[in-house]
Ligand binder design. Structure first.
Ligand code: GS8
Length: 279
């Protein structure tokens, strides 16, 4: 059977989802901690000072204050890629898990969010987005534009370059390792195919050599400033840490220092805590 690795990962992630049903805490995870306790909605504030908003204005105010919704399981690193950025940007959001085993990702209401029937999808009011990196960029533009360096032609171009490098070099080498070492044993009780792991470790090492050279010159990938490009690596690299090959980073001291620095951020800690598989 000819089947691409991407398809295999997707099929397996579909199989993986019933595990989520065992974990109640994953069912509804509200992440509105960026709204301070006691912080009122616009309508409530207006009432407090004797102002009453009309129904339409009230609806508009409520919409403006409604948290963004991120659809998908937090065991998917495409979903938690977005979580890293939502957290780092201080966005108000909630995660809405979808049950793949019930086909919720192919149901009409999700197809309206993402016509490809995949996760993640993001809803912000009447705006629906999909593709994790596009979601990350939107969240940055909305909540923390400095993560994109949008105002600077050259710096923003470097952010784009390293986001593409993550998408087209780093993650394609990493995904097969994660599939073999994490998903295959968990789903099939089968050991990893060591040949596939070795091949992709070699690919990853070649990519890491480029990262090492880059990070010798600057603290973060795009420059001496953290950006969405760094954050886009967090979810997948957290998963690498759960494989027997976490030490692959050790041979690259600047990469290792970059990763240690990234992992110290509360946003990365949040991703790590959400990605812990059910016990
Ligand atoms: C990939 C989304 C994806 O493959 C992105 O958002 O970055 N390029 C997209 N999502 C998988 C879950 S694994 O993370 C998915 O939804 N698979 C179900 C399916 O394809 O039916």
């Amino acid at each position: 059977m000819l089947c691409t690795l991407k398809h295999l990962v997707e099929i397996l992630l579909e199989l993986l989802i019933p595990l989520h049903q065992l974990v109640d805490e994953h069912r509804t995870q509200a992440h509105s901690h960026h709204m301070l306790p006691g912080m009122a909605h616009v309508g409530e504030l207006a009432e407090g000072v004797g102002v009453h908003l009309g129904a339409e204005a009230q609806e508009g105010a409520d919409k403006a204050m409604a948290p963004m919704k991120l659809y998908g399981s937090t065991l998917s690193w495409n979903v938690t890629r977005c979580v890293a950025v939502l957290e780092e940007a201080g966005a108000e959001y909630e995660i809405v898990p979808l049950d793949f085993s019930k086909g919720e990702h192919k149901a009409p209401d999700h197809l309206a969010r993402n016509p490809f029937g995949q996760v993640p999808a993001l809803q912000d009011g009447d705006l629906f987005l999909w593709e994790s990196r596009a979601i990350c960029k939107y969240v940055c533009r909305k909540n923390k534009p400095e993560l994109l360096k949008d105002g600077d032609l050259k710096e923003s171009a470097m952010v784009d370059v390293w986001l593409e490098v993550e998408s087209n070099q780093y993650t394609p080498a990493l995904n097969p390792i994660l599939f073999q070492c994490l998903i295959r044993p968990m789903m099939f009780g089968a050991p990893p195919d060591e040949k596939v792991v070795e091949e992709n470790l070699e690919k990853l090492k070649k990519v890491l050599e480029v990262y090492e050279a880059r990070l010798t010159k600057c603290k973060y990938l795009a420059g001496d400033y953290i950006s969405v490009a760094d954050l886009s690596h967090v979810a997948g690299t957290v998963c690498l840490g759960a494989t027997p090959h976490a030490s692959v980073l050790d041979a690259y001291p600047h990469v290792k220092a970059w990763w240690t620095d990234l992992m110290a951020r509360p946003s990365s800690q949040k991703v790590a805590s959400l990605m812990k598989p059910p016990a």
